[in-house]
Design a protein around this ligand. Structure first.
Ligand SMILES: [Zn+2]
Length: 631
C-alpha cells in the first residue's frame, strides 16, 4: 500500500468523538499568540552562510486559516496553528519575544543602554535571524547579558548567532545560567547521544514531509532548525533561590528549580515589569516526565513542588508570565491560575499514579485508568501535545518501580525476535497471523493490529504484506494522535516500513559541544565505546598529564572496563601523554592526528607510543542508523 493513505471511518469517528469534548469556544490562546505583534520578517527563509535553508517560516502555511483534515487530530492541528504565529512581539513595554523561529522562542529585555537576551534558540542561524528581526524594529542595542534558562540545547545552541566568545572574554557581557548547567548540557549527550539522536528522528519527524498527512508539529514548537549548534560557557552561576542581579538597570530575582523539566533550570522574575519567566517549567502543553526519544526520567513531584514555590514567591505581584516556548499569559488572575493549573497537572499525575501503584496496578494499567479532572481537561494548556498522560504515567511508574512490573512471567521473557517467531507460530503460522492483523484492521483496533503486525515483521522483515499492514495501522494511530511526538513516531515508523530506514536525519554533536567535554567526560565516552569481549584480555594503564588543568589522570583498562581517576604523580613504568584538554578531545574525535601531534610536540610522550594504538583498536563504532520498526 502506498504512503499517505487517508483516514479510515474508524479514525474519523475517533477524532470526532475526541473533538466534541474540546473547549473550542475558548479562543483566548489565539488572542494571546497574536497579541503585541510588532512585525514579521519579509525574508521567510533562514539560511546558512552558504545558502542552505535551515528554517522556513512558511513551511507550515498549510495550517493557517484552515480546519484540520481527517488525517490529523484537530487539537494538535490547532496547536500548530498557534505555533506558526511568527514575528517580534511586545510582551510588556521593555520585554519582547521573537517567536516562530525554532522549536523554542527567544525573549529580549531592554535595559538602560542595551539588552538582556534569554534563550538563543537551537542554532546560530535562527538566533541571528530572530535577533535581527528585533533590531530591525527596535534598533541596534548592545547585548549586556545572555541568560540560559536551562541545560537543553534549544535554550543555548544559537548563542553564537548573537554574541561572540571574544565579547565574553573581554568582559563586555555576562552569560548567566543555573548551577550545574555545563555538566548537564554536555552530559546528556555523552552516554546515550547516538541512540537519542536516532530516536529523536522519530519523535520530531524530521524525515517526514510537512503536510496534512505528514508532520504537522511537535506540540512544543513545530520542529528544530538544522543549522549549527554552538555553546559559550556561562560566566555567572545562579546558585540559590533568592539570588538577585541588576543588569543594565534591570533587576532580576531568581528561583533555582533543579530536577524539574531539566536537571539544571531556573525561573526568574523582573520586579520592575512584574513579569515572570518560567523557563520550561510551564508551557501551553502537558510536558514530558519522560521524553519518548529517551532520557533519564524526570521528577514530577519536584516539578510541582517548585511551581508551588514560584506561586509563593510572586503570585501577589506578577502581571504576566512568559516562558521559552509558546506565548505569554497576561493578567495576574489568569497568570496565577495558569501556573496553578500546570502545577496541579503534574502533582495530580504523580499522586494518582502512586495511589494506583499502591493498589497494585502497573504502569500500562494506570495509563489506561487515570482520569484527568474535567476542570484541567477543559484547559487547552493541560492537553498532551508534547508529553502525554499515557507515557507520563508510565514514566512515574518507572521512576519509582523501574521496568519490572513484579510479575515473574515478565522477569525473563524471550527477546523480541524470538518472541515474534513463537507468537506467529502460536497464531497458526504466518497466514493465520496476518489474518488476525487484518481482522483487527477491519474492526478498527489499530493497537492490536500493530501488536500482531509487529510480531509478523520481527518474525520476517522481508514480508511486505506484513510490513504494509503494520505501516497502515501505525499511520491510523498517528492520524488520530493529539500528541505531536506520538504522531511523528507513528508516521516515522510507517515511513520506514514502506520506504526503508532513514537513519538519523539530524546532525551529530557540534564542535562547540564536543569542545566543552570535561576530561572525565572524554574518558567516560571512551569507556562506553570499548568492545568489552575483545578487551577482556587487555590490561592497559596510561597516564594523561593535562597541562592546562595541571592535573594528571590515570586510566586503566582491565576486565574490559575502562576506569579513570586523578593521581598526584605518574606511577612507575606507566606510559604518560602530556597534552591539553582540547588536544585530548581532538585525539578522540579524530580532528588531531596522533603521529603528527607527537612529531610537532602538541602531544608529549614518555613511554610506549604503541599503547595508544592498542587502546584505539578496542573501540567499537556506534550505529546512528540502527533499526527500530524492523529487527
Ligand atoms: Zn525547550
Amino acid at each position: 500500500m502506498a504512503a499517505h493513505s487517508s483516514a479510515t471511518k474508524v479514525t474519523r469517528r475517533n477524532i470526532e468523538v475526541m473533538a466534541a469534548a474540546l473547549p473550542v469556544d475558548d479562543r483566548q490562546d489565539f488572542d494571546d499568540a497574536g497579541r503585541g505583534l510588532v512585525g514579521r520578517a519579509e525574508e521567510r527563509q533562514v539560511r546558512t552562510d552558504d545558502g542552505r535553508v535551515v528554517w522556513d517560516l512558511d513551511a507550515y502555511d498549510f495550517l493557517r486559516d484552515t480546519v484540520a483534515r481527517d488525517t490529523a487530530n484537530p487539537s494538535l492541528w490547532r496547536q500548530g496553528q498557534l505555533l506558526v504565529e511568527d514575528g517580534l512581539f511586545e510582551v510588556v513595554p521593555g520585554i519582547y519575544q521573537v517567536r516562530g523561529y525554532d522549536l523554542s522562542i527567544m525573549s529580549i529585555i531592554e535595559g538602560e543602554s542595551g539588552v538582556i537576551v534569554i534563550d538563543p534558540l537551537v542554532t546560530k542561524e535562527t538566533a541571528r535571524a530572530a535577533f535581527s528581526l528585533y533590531t530591525a524594529h527596535r534598533g541596534e542595542r548592545p547585548v549586556r547579558a545572555m541568560i540560559y534558562t536551562h541545560s537543553h540545547i534549544d535554550h543555548f545552541g544559537g548563542v553564537k548567532g548573537i554574541i561572540t566568545e571574544e565579547q565574553v572574554a573581554a568582559g563586555d557581557l555576562q552569560v548567566i545560567a543555573p548551577q550545574g548547567f555545563m555538566h548537564h548540557a554536555i552530559a546528556e549527550n555523552v552516554f546515550a547521544g547516538t541512540a537519542m539522536a536516532r530516536r529523536a528522528g522519530y519523535m520530531f519527524g524530521a524525515a517526514l514531509e510537512r503536510g496534512p498527512t505528514g508532520q504537522i508539529g511537535t506540540g512544543l514548537g513545530q520542529t528544530t532548525s538544522t543549522g549549527e549548534t554552538t555553546l559559550i560557557p556561562p560566566t555567572v552561576d545562579i546558585t540559590h533561590t533568592g539570588q538577585t542581579l541588576t543588569i543594565d538597570g534591570v533587576e532580576i530575582a531568581f528561583q533555582l528549580t533543579p530536577g524539574t523539566e531539566a536537571p539544571a533550570e531556573m525561573n526568574f522574575y523582573f520586579p520592575q515589569h512584574r513579569a515572570l519567566c518560567t523557563a520550561e517549567n510551564t508551557s501551553h502543553t502537558l510536558h514530558n516526565i519522560l521524553t519518548i526519544r529517551g532520557a533519564v526520567v524526570r521528577d514530577a513531584h519536584a516539578w510541582a513542588h517548585y511551581l508551588t514555590e514560584t506561586l509563593d514567591l510572586w503570585e501577589a505581584e506578577l502581571e504576566v508570565v512568559f516562558a521559552s516556548h509558546h506565548w505569554p499569559t497576561w493578567g495576574r488572575e489568569r497568570a496565577v491560575e495558569f501556573l496553578a493549573m500546570q502545577r496541579d497537572m503534574y502533582l495530580y499525575l504523580h499522586d494518582q499514579t502512586l495511589r494506583l501503584i499502591n493498589q497494585g496496578y502497573t504502569g500500562a494499567e494506570i495509563a489506561e485508568m487515570i482520569e484527568v479532572p474535567p476542570t484541567l481537561e477543559q484547559q487547552w494548556h493541560t492537553h498532551g501535545y508534547y508529553g502525554s498522560v499515557s507515557h507520563n504515567v508510565k514514566a512515574i511508574y518507572q521512576r519509582y518501580m523501574g521496568w519490572y512490573d513484579a510479575n515473574p512471567a515478565n522477569l525473563w521473557p524471550h527477546p523480541p525476535e524470538i518472541l515474534a517467531v513463537r507468537y506467529v507460530d502460536a497464531m497458526g503460522g504466518r497466514d493465520a497471523a496476518l489474518a488476525v492483523a487484518r481482522r483487527a484492521w477491519d474492526e478498527g483496533d489499530y493497537r492490536w493490529c500493530a501488536e500482531v503486525g509487529k510480531h509478523l515483521v520481527f518474525a520476517d522483515d522481508a514480508d511486505t504484506e506484513a510490513r504494509s499492514v503494520l505501516a497502515d495501522a501505525l499511520e491510523q494511530l498517528g492520524f488520530g494522535a493529539e500528541n505531536g511526538t506520538w504522531r511523528n513516531a507513528y508516521l516515522a515508523g510507517a515511513t520506514e516500513l514502506r520506504m526503508g530506514n532513514f537513519g538519523t536525519p539530524a546532525t551529530a554533536a557540534s564542535a562547540d559541544l564536543l569542545g566543552a567535554l570535561t576530561v572525565a567526560q572524554v574518558f567516560d565516552s571512551i569507556a562506553i565505546r570499548i568492545d568489552g569481549p575483545r578487551a577482556w584480555d587487555e590490561h592497559l594503564r596510561i597516564a594523561w598529564r593535562i597541562t592546562d588543568e595541571d592535573t594528571t589522570y590515570l586510566t586503566e583498562l582491565r576486565n574490559g572496563a575502562f576506569n579513570h581517576r586523578v593521581v598526584t604523580a605518574t606511577p612507575e613504568s606507566v606510559s604518560a601523554f602530556t597534552l591539553t584538554r582540547r588536544t585530548l578531545i581532538g585525539l578522540v574525535t579524530g580532528t588531531v592526528d596522533v603521529s603528527a601531534a607527537l612529531r610537532d610536540g602538541t602531544v608529549g610522550l614518555n613511554g610506549d607510543p604503541a599503547i595508544l594504538d592498542r587502546l584505539v583498536a578496542l573501540l567499537a563504532p556506534v550505529d546512528p542508523d540502527f533499526n527500530i520498526v524492523t529487527p
